[in-house]
Ligand binder design. Structure first.
Ligand SMILES: [Zn+2]
Length: 216
């Protein structure tokens, strides 16, 4: 049986409520990886609290989502500010084992994703690092094209972790139909993440993630 784990990045936004409605109507639990500058917007924290109250997991997706942590031109102290200050902002929302999803830029993984310092911080603070294996590009036109790409990824893999964005755009209008298709195909929807998307669990390295770390 194929498995699917859903995740929503870069919120909260004015589109988060509609996504939560679609998930609640189908009793689907997911994760939301929040960005600090979004969480500081008026009304955003209430949306994050609603997501948590409805059983979704909340994670850290950096404070400003501007420069990947491992980019050579990232300013001094960047990685700590981006992770640590966001952890502070998430106080009361974070999971017991805090979740961190790096910002990679269009979902493309590589040595720009982490520095040794940022991974060391995540290790010391016993984070679980959550990656992905499907980015169906829900930011591209036409707004329903991501659905076929996500379904193809699900068919091609045994356990797919898909990255979507809970934005107030036309792409998320196709989320209910996508969810109904997945359920009709008897794909098992899990809140947990597959091991190949978790290079670190509660601060413990699970596999060699050096390909994601900037060479020093
Ligand atoms: Zn993102």
């Amino acid at each position: 049986m194929k498995r699917l784990t859903l995740s929503f990045d870069n919120g909260p936004t004015d589109g988060t409520g509609a996504v939560l409605d679609a998930l609640a109507q189908r009793a689907i639990k997911t994760s939301f990886f929040l960005v600090g500058k979004q969480l500081r917007a008026p009304g955003a924290r209430a949306l994050a609290e609603r997501a948590k109250a409805e059983g979704h997991w909340i994670g850290n997706h950096t404070l400003s989502h501007d420069v990947p942590l491992g980019r050579a031109d990232a300013p001094h102290g960047h990685h700590l500010r981006e992770i640590e200050e966001m952890d502070v902002l998430l106080d009361g929302l974070n999971e017991d084992v805090p979740l961190f999803r790096p910002y990679a830029g269009k979902g493309i993984l590589g040595p720009h994703v982490f520095t040794a310092e940022s991974l060391d911080y995540l290790r010391r603070t016993r984070h679980t690092v959550v990656l992905w294996n499907s980015v169906p590009r829900d930011w591209e036109q036409p707004p329903n094209a991501w659905v076929a790409r996500a379904l193809a990824d699900i068919e091609a893999q045994s356990w797919t972790t898909v990255v979507l964005h809970d934005k107030p755009n036309d792409a998320m209008k196709h989320l209910p139909a996508f969810l109904d298709t997945v359920m009709a195909r008897r794909i098992e929807i899990r809140q947990e993440f597959p091991p190949d998307c978790l290079p670190m669990v509660a601060g413990e390295s699970q596999w060699d993630a050096s390909a994601l770390v900037r060479a020093t």
